[in-house]
Every structure is written in C-alpha cells, then in structure tokens.
Design a binder for this molecule. Structure first.
Ligand SMILES: Nc1ccn([C@@H]2O[C@H](COP(=O)(O)O)[C@@H](O)[C@H]2O)c(=O)n1
Ligand code: MG
Length: 289
C-alpha cells in the first residue's frame, strides 16, 4: 500500500488497523475526505541544522518590530510556559488556565509594540521558518484531488497565511482558523480578535461561529495531522465522523512522550522533519483505480 510506512521514523501501536483505515479512506473516495491540520511544528519544521525553527508567534517575537525589552519578556514567557504545554505528567485541566495566561500575556506584550500590518510580509521573509520537506507535494496533491485542507492553529493567522502565500501553496481549497491580529485604522496592532485559540481549546467551542463549521460536517472521512496532544480534538466539530486517521509528529521529549502519543495517534512520526509519510498515504488514497 504505502511503502513510506516502513520508514524508520514511523511508530504504530496497531499497524493492521492503520492499513484497514487507509483502505477505507481510499475505497470511500475523495468526495468524503478532508484533511484537518495543525500548523506550527506540524506543517512547519521543528528544527534545522540542530537549531529550533520558529513558531508563528516566534516570528514576531524575533523580528525587528520588537524592542529588546519586549523580546526578553516574550522569551521569558516561552521558557516558563512551553515546558508546561508539553509536560506529559500534567493533566489538560491543569494546563488549560496556564495556556490562557501565556497567550494573554504574550498577545498583550505584542500589542504594546506598535507592530504595523505592513511589516508582516517582511517579518516572514526575514525569519528562519521552514515548511516541512515535501510541503509542495502535500499542498498540490490536495488541491489537485479537490480535498479541502483545514488548518486549525493556535498560532498567529496573519503570519501563517503569509508563510503559505510566500511558499505559493495558499490554494483555494485551504481554509484557516487561527488567532488573528486586530489593527487600528492606521494599520497598527491594537490587539487580537476573539476567540483566543490556545493549545488545549482546539475544538468546536472555537469553531461554532466560523464559516467553516458547516463545511466541516459534510466531509466525514478525516486525516488529522498534529504535533500536540491538544491537536487530537481538532475534528470534534465534525458530527458524524466515519473514518479518521490521526497522524502525530513527535518532535520534542520523544522518550517521555512516546507511549502517550502511540496511544492517542494511529501513526506517530518521531523526529521526522518531512511530510513523506503523509504524502505516501495521500498518494495511495488519491490514486485512481
Ligand atoms: N506566545 C506563544 C504562544 C504559543 N506558542 C507556540 O505556538 C504553538 C501553537 O500553534 P499551532 O499551530 O501548533 O496550534 C504552540 O505549540 C506553542 O508552543 C509560541 O511559540 N508562543
Ligand atoms: Mg503545533
């Protein structure tokens, strides 16, 4: 079926079940299929040449638009809250208020920095962000197969849209729900629009009032791509899920998180900076018989 499933980065608790699910997705056709994907560290690389790649928030934090003092404060927040976000021993209930605290403090600091809407394209150009290897094939296959791609991100929507625009893969089948910046009439950042999306509320509570909510329910076969335990609820807005294949990128604290990820995701990709496995599965599902 999919030779890429033999890659050294692939872990599966139940390979037979994965094969059956992939066969069902192929058998039922592309008309019922959608891909729901996280953005930061799922469609973008986690690391390159031994260095961490930036998230969409980090692209702003590291940019010239932020003062030295602002950058220090944003880094301090990252160092405090990121270990909490990925801590495998804390519960989601315990993490949730702390994530709200992180996003709220970071957005408030960013809003004090006089960031211009017109700065965004340059910020992205000058950043170290990289989409995962194989991104062109991924976006192009979905467009050619008329399969909707729904990107559900707790990052910054304006930045992530600019990343895929500059990569020339922001095709018409792509929809994004994320945190969007709110600019005043002079194009200066004054805050972020609600609802606030953080790692652990990526579910229908934040999707209800979006245009995409209706469209979500029509496609009942899903490939879900994420890198966090919080990404597992991204398809909760789809009422009658028929088949769902969950693929998780395990980027950080691999040993500590392996068992949890293998219980939660059908396929776990350990320290895999490519979209090769996802592309192999899509190629098989979209291939005409
Ligand atoms: N101030 C912040 C807040 C969050 N992050 C990271 O962004 C990621 C969220 O985006 P997704 O596309 O993955 O939903 C999340 O994993 C946080 O670690 C940040 O860098 N700065
Ligand atoms: Mg992510």
């Amino acid at each position: 079926q999919v030779p890429e499933l033999e890659n050294a980065t692939v872990r599966m608790k139940n390979p037979e079940c994965v094969k059956e699910r992939i066969s069902s997705l192929r058998r039922e056709g592309t008309g019922k299929l959608q891909v729901i994907s996280d953005f930061d560290m799922t469609l973008t690389r986690f690391g390159f040449n031994g260095q961490r790649c930036p998230t969409s928030h980090n692209i702003i934090d590291n940019s010239r638009a932020i003062s030295e003092e602002g950058r220090k404060k944003l880094k301090a927040l990252l160092h405090h809250y990121y270990p909490i976000e990925i801590d495998p021993y804390r519960t989601v209930e315990d993490k949730l208020p702390l994530m709200v605290e992180w996003w709220t403090k970071a957005h408030s600091l960013l809003s004090q920095q006089k960031i211009l809407k017109s700065d965004i394209a340059q910020m992205v150009k000058e950043s170290e962000v990289m989409l995962r290897d194989g991104f062109n094939t991924f976006f192009d296959q979905l467009q050619q197969g008329n399969v909707p791609l729904f990107i559900f991100s707790a990052g910054v929507g304006n930045i992530l849209e600019e990343i895929i625009r500059q990569a020339q893969v922001y095709h018409p089948n792509v929809n994004v729900v994320s945190n969007y910046m709110d600019f005043d009439d002079d194009g200066v950042l004054r805050g972020f629009k609600s609802p606030l999306i953080h790692t652990y509320n990526k579910n229908n509570t934040v999707l209800e009032n979006t245009e995409y909510f209706q469209q979500l329910s029509a496609r009942t076969n899903i490939i879900l791509l994420g890198d966090s335990m919080g990404d597992l609820t991204m398809a909760d807005g789809v009422a009658n899920v028929h088949h769902i294949l969950k693929i998780g990128f395990l980027n950080d604290k691999v040993e500590e998180q392996r068992l949890k990820y293998m219980d939660a995701y059908d396929i776990v990709l350990e320290k895999d900076e490519t979209l090769d496995v996802v592309n192999g599965i899509l190629r098989y599902i979209l291939m005409e018989t």
